[in-house]
Design a protein around this ligand. Structure first.
Ligand code: UDX
Ligand code: UDX
Length: 451
């Protein structure tokens, strides 16, 4: 039985290994993490991350061919193939701070593999990394004097949170980059258990590493493009949802990923674009760097612009006003709040001395951590109706579908008047809310006001 190991039991490593174990009963999959609490959670009834469908998969495999462990040395010794899925955040210090990827966890992981391995291994980069990281990884691993051979493969993950299991089961493509055909094939064989061969793409190492950054940059660019046009729509009377629906019907453009909103969040988009920007600067391409950096700037602008709309609608002051924030996760169907636009929006509102009431079906624990050091009046509400009681404004920050089914007549009743509704995701029907009595401010559309 082949033994697979994954180092890093996070949003990527966790679901990916669960699906591999489920689809490959002939493999043993072990997941380790330096965070013992996280491993304990993976072994418990309450998994450390919320992801639709994940629990069922883990239940089926855990203890059968899927194991969560803190014995990193033992697991390294036993493994044939090691996936590295540790976090690679943006550097916060020193050269490249604010842009470059911080590879210290990756390097520590490599050194730990080096220390404990006593046979040849395939090492798979699952974390998103700057191009040519594999070279550094290879140098660290081959600094061993025991003649051990490590074949390095890049296999970036394209799953999106909230749909991770579905994305893993039916990927558009699996990408495997490497130098040795044999190593690529061994990794391909894992996925071939359930992914049709024509969807398994193989490339050289550097193409694979770069493709991950480029895929995320292109996706984020679509959102920033649309959000930039939403600002123009608000000035001209055009409606962004109508524009994108019509533009997206061109099969060359395509309908997906054109939804205007308060901007993209998540652990990857900003980090990966900044990483790309840093690489371009490093290789002496300042124009290319500036081009991609603008995608991130546009995203920051969109969140600021949204708060600006709120302020100007509410007579240029929110001081002492109660504002109900519905949704804190960076998107629906996840409790993840990393880089969520809700963080910046709430902080700005607090600076304006607003009193905020936050509700989210999955993300309140993370919200508490994100706003731990923010001064001001913040209440976290399990019940959305509690959040809106006495509020001057209601703000939709996350596209949770169940926000559509709330009783807006009841909400209107409970709010101060005039009651403002700012829909940062264009989730709700503005006409309907307007008829109830709200002053409605969607993104990229004319506001519907009773004034
Ligand atoms: C991470 C990266 O952020 C992303 O760039 C990459 O594409 C995939 O891996 P994610 O799984 O969302 O994404 O990160 P996170 O949930 O933070 O999980 C990383 C895990 O690695 C954490 O549980 C952390 O404790 C663990 N880790 C980190 C180790 O086990 N060893 C280390 O040295 C560092
Ligand atoms: C993304 C990529 O999709 C995935 O392939 C990669 O592996 C990791 O990064 P994720 O961050 O989980 O996945 O979520 P995604 O669905 O891509 O959404 C990112 C952000 O963009 C969210 O804040 C979402 O609300 C926003 N978004 C998405 C829009 O504002 N409009 C859209 O049309 C689509």
């Amino acid at each position: 039985m082949k033994r697979i190991l994954c180092i890093g039991a996070g949003y990527v490593g966790g679901p990916t290994m669960a699906v591999i174990a489920d689809q490959c009963p002939d493999l043993t999959v072990t997941v380790v993490d330096i965070n013992a609490q996280r491993i304990a959670a993976w072994n418990s009834d309450k998994l450390p991350i919320y992801e639709p469908g994940l629990e069922a998969v883990v239940r089926r495999c855990r203890g059968r061919n899927l194991f969560y462990s803190t014995d990193i040395p033992g697991a390294i010794k036993a493994a044939d193939i090691i996936f590295v899925s540790v976090n690679t955040p943006t550097k916060t210090f020193g050269a490249g701070a604010g842009k470059a990827a911080d590879l210290q966890y990756l390097e520590k992981t490599a050194r730990s593999i080096l220390e404990h391995a006593d046979s040849d291994k395939i090492v798979v980069e699952k974390s998103t990394l700057p191009v040519r990281t594999a070279q550094a990884l290879s140098r660290v691993l081959h600094s061993n004097t025991r003649g051990l051979k490590f074949r390095i493969v890049s296999n970036p993950e394209f799953l999106a949170e909230g749909t991770a299991i579905e994305d893993l089961l039916h990927p558009d493509r699996v990408l495997i980059g490497g130098m040795e055909e044999s190593a690529i094939e061994e990794v391909a064989q894992i996925y071939a258990h359930w992914v049709p061969r024509e969807r398994i793409i193989t490339t050289n190492l550097w193409s694979s590493e770069l493709t991950k950054l480029v895929s995320n940059a292109l996706l984020a660019q679509r959102i920033s493009s649309v959000n930039s046009i939403s600002a123009l729509c608000e000035k001209t009377g055009a409606n962004i949802d109508e524009v994108t629906r019509a533009a997206g019907r061109d099969s060359r453009i395509g309908p997906k990923f054109l939804k205007a909103g308060i901007g993209f969040g998540g652990s990857c988009f900003k980090k990966d674009i900044l990483n790309l920007v840093y690489l371009c600067e490093h290789y002496g391409l300042p124009e290319v760097a500036a081009y991609w950096e603008q995608v991130v700037r546009m995203n920051d602008f969109q969140a600021r612009r949204f708060v600006g709309t709120m302020l100007s609608a509410m007579f240029n002051t929110v001081a002492d006003k109660k504002i109900a924030i519905l949704g804190f996760a960076f998107k629906a169907d996840t409790g993840d709040t990393r880089e969520s636009p809700a963080i910046a929006v709430c902080r700005q509102l607090l600076e304006e001395r607003a009193r905020i009431r936050i509700h989210d079906p999955q993300a309140l624990d993370n919200a508490r951590i994100d706003l731990k050091d923010a001064a001001g009046d913040i209440t976290y509400c399990e019940d959305p109706y509690e959040a809106v009681a006495g509020a001057h404004a209601l703000v939709i920050m996350t596209d949770w579908k169940n926000f559509r089914d709330l009783d807006y007549e009841r909400i209107f009743e409970r709010m101060e008047k005039p009651a403002f509704l700012f829909d940062g995701r264009n989730l709700l029907d503005p006409e309907k809310l307007f008829r109830i009595g709200f002053h409605v401010y969607p993104i990229g559309q004319k506001p519907l006001t009773h004034f």
